[in-house]
Design a binder for this molecule. Sequence first.
Ligand SMILES: O=C(O)C1=C[C@@H](OP(=O)(O)O)[C@@H](O)[C@H](O)C1
Ligand SMILES: C=C(OP(=O)(O)O)C(=O)O
Length: 450
Amino acid sequence: MADARQGADLEARSPWALGGYRLARVGPASGPVDADVRVPGSKSVTNRALVIAAMAKGESVLSGILRSDDAYWCIEALRSLGVPVEVEGDVVRLAGCNGQFPQSEARVYTGAGGTTARFLTAALAATTGEYEISGSRRMNERPMGELFRALRALGADIEPLERPDTLPIRLKARGLAGGAVEMSGAQSSQFVSGVLIAAPYARAPVTVRIVDHIVQHAYVHITLDMMRAFGAQCAAADDLAVISVEPGGYRGRRYDIEADASTACYFFAAAAVTGGRVRVTNLARGTRQPDVHFVDVLAKMGCEVTSSDAGIEVRGPATLRGGFSISMKEMSDQTLTLAFLAPFADGPIEVTGVGHIRHHESDRIRVIVESLARVGVRAEEREDGVVVYPGAPRPARLPSYDDHRVAMALSVLALRADGIEIEDPGCVSKTCPTFFHHLREMGVPVDLVP
Ligand SMILES: O=C(O)C1=C[C@@H](OP(=O)(O)O)[C@@H](O)[C@H](O)C1
Ligand SMILES: C=C(OP(=O)(O)O)C(=O)O
């Protein structure tokens, strides 16, 4: 039998990955799940903290980091730039380089992480040196053009090595002049976050003016919150239409990484789809991570949601409610989760506002429709979304498209369906290598096949 991992870019898997499995046979759950789960640290916060601390003056200690492929390649990229990074369990200790990386020439590999690729390209542009930056096969296809344009406007010299608007590139870094720059946030918020993260090391104040809108605003708020936490001076209106950053750099510090709200959602969805109960014990409603609002979508579908000092708890209803249309633009990483819950609802669910997820780890709109077709559930593809109709998924072996969220969201579907096999389960390692371990701890049957 052909190895289902063949299509995946296994070079982008790290020593922290779940390795060696061809297939995961998941579910069905024998009844309602009933569990407390503690989820690993946030990918978004971990990689921001790593890049900001590496640029800062002085030492930082980051605790509760996510040990996943995205974080591993971010750390390795920083090491290739000469930053001493020590990792002990989920604690990282690193000596910041005060705006100039020790290696002024390096080849930098970013793995499959959009955060590392976008944030580090911008950070490097603010230094002096010559760098070749590349990513995984998929990362080298994902858009970078708007970031290149903005960095060039601020003085960077970027030479794309294959296509105009993607990695790999050669960057002749000679610092950023600063000034006003107009940016689009419609394709990815990470372009805006990248420019902002680099901005405290520009020679003059940087003002970013958004010409259209930002998908997933909250990630830019997380960026600004964390920049401030490391001593940067930034000002922005709530709508983020204009954001300005003063020169002055970052200062190293101790920083606790919060839990990953996106990962938590698969476990909340497990409660929803089985009519069970799941509490994520280390997540709070007050987090800036947008995916925490996925519990509001679950509430709309009939779930009971409570939050307290003990975490956030979701209880699923006897029957999930459908029959609505919803924009997932501000929490689009959960589109797959909603789409694979939707067959179990009592009416169709239309998702809008997520055209940009075609440029994520896979073309996620296309993948939803293809995957649901394989299990015999009707779905209609739209340019910027999808409509999923109620249906009973039939047994199938399903590709995971080298996309962690596809594998994790399909596992939720598998809790209510017989005979679901997910190929290349190791792809979950991009953000949650321990995903199947958590499912097992919840009592869900998981057979990982070598
Ligand atoms: O800044 C971040 O940490 C992220 C921003 C979002 O990306 P886009 O804005 O590119 O959609 C999100 O999908 C990704 O998982 C993490
Ligand atoms: C889009 C995602 O990741 P990235 O940070 O690579 O953009 C994601 O995690 O769903």
